[in-house]
Design a protein around this ligand. Structure first.
Ligand SMILES: NC(=O)c1ccc[n+]([C@@H]2O[C@H](COP(=O)([O-])OP(=O)(O)OC[C@H]3O[C@@H](n4cnc5c(N)ncnc54)[C@H](OP(=O)(O)O)[C@@H]3O)[C@@H](O)[C@H]2O)c1
Length: 306
């Protein structure tokens, strides 16, 4: 099968399409023919080893010293179950599925074998494979951080989302809406259309005004793009207010419950897959260059097979 491998840490050009052995599903695994993957900020971070200080050493230990130990990058997939292991009870051949593999990576490939109990579900009924691939990464990260900030505990919380047009930010808007929060979003002038299309009316344009001087206080300030510090935002918080950022040492853990919630929201029409661009597998270097800019709106999809 064809797969994109990362030959060493570095610029997008370290990615190469090669032929590798097609996986054979073990007892509890399903073999998925991948139709779409996504190229996320996390993927480009791994490819370029974009981490600072002592985290670089930890990353090398966890992911690999001079190159990723698991060379096929990508964490998100949608596709069709081609074969099931002898002990699989939850899926059948022909099922359309989507999921996320986390640190196991491996989704920039024509096939992947995943345990049926891992983060994989039947894909939402009303979605394309491309849309399904644009749901898990930002969605699961947003759920993790907003739930940690206490968004589930109370309705009508005032929530400030900084970086509202990225994969995590555009998902955070929608997750916060699900929990009936009052949302104020920080984005640039080029993000107005997207933020409005997601139903946000209260916008602060960071290229026009300094949001840290905004005259309102919030129960939750979520920096979904990691560009601020808690210190800068302290005066934006109500007493007891919580600041969360994707940039700290806290890493979102992905659970099946989060994926179930995103699927339910999507099927009810309460969640949109925000797709900026779609690239073919042959264009993976260009896709990485684009995500490297840090300017994508929502998600970038990688089309693997038809
Ligand atoms: N800790 C974790 O577990 C975790 C998990 C996932 C992601 N992350 C991190 O979270 C960050 C965001 O991830 P992502 O996938 O959402 O990234 P992304 O999609 O690449 O974010 C790009 C978006 O950020 C906006 N942006 C850039 N600079 C901004 C600024 N100063 N203020 C407001 N918006 C700004 C851009 O809009 P404009 O160009 O219009 O400004 C663009 O729409 C990344 O650094 C990623 O590594 C951390």
């Amino acid at each position: 099968m064809k797969a994109v491998i990362c030959t060493k840490y570095g610029p997008p050009e370290v990615l190469h399409i090669v032929d590798v052995e097609k996986p054979v599903p073990k007892d509890k695994e399903i073999l998925v023919r991948i139709v779409a993957a996504s190229v996320n900020s996390g993927d480009v971070r791994v490819r370029g080893l974009v981490v600072t200080g002592f985290m670089k050493i930890i990353f090398r230990f966890v992911i690999g010293f001079s190159k990723p130990r698991r060379p096929i990058l990508g964490t998100v997939f949608s596709g069709v179950v081609e074969q099931i292991g002898s002990g699989v009870t939850q899926f059948n051949a022909g099922d359309e599925v989507f999921g996320i593999t986390g640190f196991k990576f491996g989704t920039y490939a024509e096939y992947i074998a995943v345990n049926e109990k891992s983060n994989v579900l039947l894909k939402p009924v009303n979605t394309s494979f491309e849309e399904a691939a644009a749901i898990p990464f930002g969605g699961q990260t947003a759920i993790y951080f907003l739930e940690k900030a206490g968004i589930k505990q109370k309705a009508n919380l005032n929530v400030l989302i900084i970086g509202a047009t990225g994969s995590v930010g555009s998902a955070a808007i929608q997750v916060a809406q699900h929990y009936s929060a009052n949302i104020t979003a920080v984005c640039s002038s080029s993000g107005v259309e997207i933020a409005r299309s997601l139903g946000v009316t209260n916008l602060i344009l960071y290229d026009k005004e300094d949001f840290t001087k905004y005259p309102m206080k919030f129960d939750i300030v979520f920096d979904a793009v990691g560009k601020t510090t808690k210190k800068q935002c302290l005066h934006l918080l109500n007493q007891g207010g919580v600041f969360k950022s994707v940039a700290g040492l806290e890493y979102a853990s992905e659970t099946k419950e989060q994926l179930v919630l995103l699927k339910e929201l999507f099927e009810k029409g309460d969640y949109k897959a925000v797709i900026d661009k779609t690239f073919s597998m042959n264009e993976v270097v260009a896709a990485h260059r684009y995500v490297d800019t840090g300017r994508k709106k929502g998600n970038v999809v990688l089309k693997i097979t038809e």
